[in-house]
Design a binder for this molecule. Structure first.
Ligand SMILES: C[C@H](O)CC(=O)SCCNC(=O)CCNC(=O)[C@H](O)C(C)(C)COP(=O)(O)OP(=O)(O)OC[C@H]1O[C@@H](n2cnc3c(N)ncnc32)[C@H](O)[C@@H]1OP(=O)(O)O
Length: 724
């Protein structure tokens, strides 16, 4: 079946309006490109057509090249697919539009991204609505624009703005695009097509210039200045991620076009684009793109036809770090929030934290000053449950104390209306235990945010076998309202994200007791691409939380816990982490972390208390071996989550690892990365370590089966248990 097409209507005034139609985002599939070529050919041939307007169906110009098509290989049915693909791109890019004898104008509403914007830039003028979004986000997919975007964008908006849009994958809204010269006029959606048609006819009548964006040089800086700007961009790109080469390739391609001319630039763009498209980094990032969109497709829930109920007001119990962060996320996205604390002092502190969070958004330009006041007015503080009657959802965010949570849930059942969703932000405690003293288990769910809650993009929604499907649908909708990516998981200690990563922390303490340096481990892990190592993270989260969650893991998974004394020893010396400015690191006034030589004292004590057999090989581990030793147990735990049905699919765990724990997205997430080694390699390594060091490394059944059968870890297991 064809994936999309174009249609052409020739108006009485002699303008052919060609419309791209490929729902939902009018992606440029190979079928669309072929159809576009046919319609363009006809429009150019027909004597009754004077000019062409290109647009997209249903208020969306185009979301760009069809990302699915990158993975299409020439097959028996279609052996020349990749050749046709190249040819089509060649025709559109070099010949068809820009040098055609009839002018084209793009009429842009909704999105014009990637190949979509590139097509629009090939046209001789662009008209857009004010809400249209125009951008080249290809770098997010590990590739560079492939239809001339690297050459045309700098010629239209100037080099600095083009670099910002490309390197940060940052789109412009219509009005700003007009200011920078990317579009020629901004009009309402109603006037879009008529204005574009008049514009095209005015070009024919020489009342407006016949611009070919590739020929323009008026917005390009002089060569000296160009070099300076590009070198600065190279430094910035490396600072942002030293492991990624494609941003540097993009800068080189732009440079080629400015120095040697646009044709040379286009040739280089095509050659480099093909190479990047085949890179492991691009494959990983494309996997993440689809994995992220698949998280809310939940069998037996999202296909039931349930409509999400309107969520207007959310009550939060506890205004600590998490509660205030959650409140910030909710009011920033226009939900009314009631924040409850136990006394005035704690309530003031909670509200001050919300204010500080909002101020930081204003400082970073993500919120205006007027919006600050507006959003803050959506928050009210309370000391009792009276106003909870009006809440549609309650999120409990107090400390990890089971009996306290049980009491709160029993109170909530008394005060809230009978449809109110009762959610907990616990990061580890089993939901059955939290709801034990209530009789409304169908309304109880987990809404686990990650710290800082207003900034981290993931929301882990936990469902017990008693939680109703409607509650899950409603929470998925809350996630959408507050612009977080949801993953829906089953109930167990630690749920999916924290449980998957608990062995990572365990192995870190194990390696320190065996002689490795704390700071070296953190360095190796950040070099691998995670935002911080396990010890810097422990400081950030605070040792109190670390001890509380370790207790839970020890109870639930004792056979794979390593009992290090290090944190306990440090707590006795009043080192509690970043909040007390002393943890594994020392923190200055600006919260900058520096290593502390005194740490040796605590580490020596921990080592002397550890009942371990010294292994002379361990302190000599290479960086790669450290990564494997810390992350293969994470893969092993992820396999258990799939086997038990706590997680539904491996790609959910990829998204969870990236968005909840900062696993580098360019490695595709934990399971995608693991599959690049293969189940057998990981199994053999874990088995080997488990012989010496026990249960913490013991490979699970899911992993060993896959290793034996030569299967990938991501392929769904037959007969896996389901907790959903
Ligand atoms: C040659 C060129 O230089 C190369 C390219 O053009 S590469 C592509 C560049 N374009 C992009 O990166 C844009 C990618 N898309 C997006 O950012 C967003 O989808 C969007 C802003 C267009 C729309 O967002 P939103 O309304 O939230 O819808 P979203 O859920 O993301 O997407 C809707 C569906 O369209 C699909 N989709 C979106 N863009 C797509 C694309 N370019 N190709 C294929 N499918 C696409 C999604 O996978 C999703 O499918 P599903 O319903 O089966 O899950």
């Amino acid at each position: 079946m064809a994936r999309g097409s174009t249609s052409m209507e020739v108006r009485r005034d002699g303008v052919a309006v060609i419309t791209v139609s490929n729902p939902p985002v009018n992606a440029l599939s190979l079928d669309v490109i072929a159809s576009l070529q046919r319609d363009y050919g006809e429009a150019l041939r027909r004597s009754d057509v004077k000019a062409i307007v290109l647009t997209g169906a249903k208020g969306r110009f185009s979301g760009g090249f069809d990302i699915n098509a990158f993975d299409k290989k020439p097959s028996k049915d279609c052996p020349v697919l990749s050749f046709v693909n190249k040819l089509n791109i060649y025709v559109v890019k070099f010949m068809l539009l820009p040098d055609a004898p009839k002018p084209s104008v793009a009429a842009i509403d909704g999105v014009a991204l990637g190949g979509g914007l590139e097509l629009a830039m090939v046209c001789h003028a662009r008209v857009s609505t004010s809400s249209a979004q125009l951008g080249l986000p290809e770098l997010q997919l590990g590739i560079i624009p492939g239809l001339g975007g690297t050459q045309r964008l700098p010629r239209l908006v100037g080099l600095p703005k083009a670099l910002e849009m490309l390197l940060m994958s940052k789109p412009l809204k219509g009005v700003e695009a007009h200011k920078f010269g990317l579009v020629d006029a901004v009009v309402s959606a109603d006037e879009l097509i008529s204005t574009a048609c008049s514009w095209a006819l005015e070009i024919v009548e020489d009342k407006r210039p016949w611009f070919r964006s590739l020929h323009r040089t008026d917005r390009l800086p002089a060569l000296e200045e160009t070099k300076k700007i590009l070198n600065f961009a190279r430094v910035q790109a490396q600072k942002q991620s030293a492991s990624l080469q494609h941003p540097l390739v993009c800068i080189d391609v732009i440079e080629e076009g400015i120095i040697s001319g646009p044709r040379a630039g286009l040739m280089k763009e095509t050659l480099c684009g093909k190479m990047l498209e085949m890179s492991q980094i691009s494959k990983s990032l494309r996997h993440v793109f689809f994995a992220q969109r698949a998280t809310s497709k939940i069998p037996n829930i999202s296909n039931l036809g349930l409509t999400p109920r309107r969520i207007h007001k959310v009550a939060i119990v506890g205004g600590g770090l998490m509660g205030s962060g959650i409140a910030t996320a909710l009011i920033s996205n226009n939900l009314l929030v009631i924040l409850k604390e136990v006394n005035e002092q704690f309530l003031d502190a909670g509200i001050s934290r919300v204010k500080a969070n909002l101020q930081s958004l204003v400082k970073r330009g993500q919120m205006t000053k007027e919006d600050y006041e507006k959003k803050l007015s959506l928050l009210s503080g309370v000391l009792d449950y009276e106003q909870f009657r009006e809440a549609d959802v309650v999120i409990e965010a107090v400390i990890e104390d089971l009996s306290l949570k049980q009491k709160i849930f029993a109170d909530l059942e008394k005060y809230c209306h009978s449809n109110c969703i009762l959610a907990t932000n616990t990061s580890t405690i089993d939901l059955h235990l939290i709801g034990q003293k209530t009789s409304c288990q169908d309304r109880i769910a987990g809404a686990h945010f990650f710290s800082p809650a207003h900034a981290m993009p993931l929301l882990e929604i936990i469902r017990t076998h008693r939680t109703s499907s409607q509650v899950v649908i409603d929470l998925l909708n809350v996630a959408k309202q507050i612009r977080k990516t949801p993953i829906v998981v089953g109930n167990c200690t630690g749920f999916a994200v924290n449980r998957m990563f608990f062995p990572f922390t365990q192995v870190a303490y194990f390696l320190v007791d065996y002689g490795l340096d704390v700071y070296h481990i953190d360095h190796v892990i950040t070099k691998f691409g995670m935002p911080m190592g396990p010890f810097r993270l422990a400081d950030l989260v605070g040792f109190g939380v670390a001890i509380a969650s370790r207790k839970q893991y020890l109870q639930s998974y004792p056979e794979r816990c390593y009992k290090s004394m290090l944190i306990q020893i440090m707590l006795e010396e009043n080192r509690t982490g970043e909040s007390s400015r002393k943890g594994f690191y020392l923190y200055d006034d600006k919260r900058k972390a520096s290593p502390d030589p005194e740490m040796n004292k605590y580490i020596e004590k921990s080592r002397s208390m550890a009942s371990i057999v010294q292994d002379p090989k361990l302190p000599k581990l290479t960086d790669d071996e450290i990564v494997e030793m810390m992350l293969f147990p994470v893969v092993n735990e992820a396999c258990r989550l799939l086997d038990e049905g706590v997680a539904m699919k491996a790609s959910d765990l990829d998204v969870a690892s990236i968005m909840g724990r900062g696993f580098p997205s360019y490695r595709g997430g934990v399971m995608f990365w693991a599959d690049s080694f293969g189940a057998k390699y990981i199994y053999d390594r874990l088995k080997d370590w488990s012989k010496y060091h026990g249960g913490i490394f013991e490979p699970c059944e899911y992993l060993s089966t896959r290793a034996r059968q030569g299967l990938s870890l991501a392929a769904m297991a037959d007969g896996a248990m389901s907790r959903l």
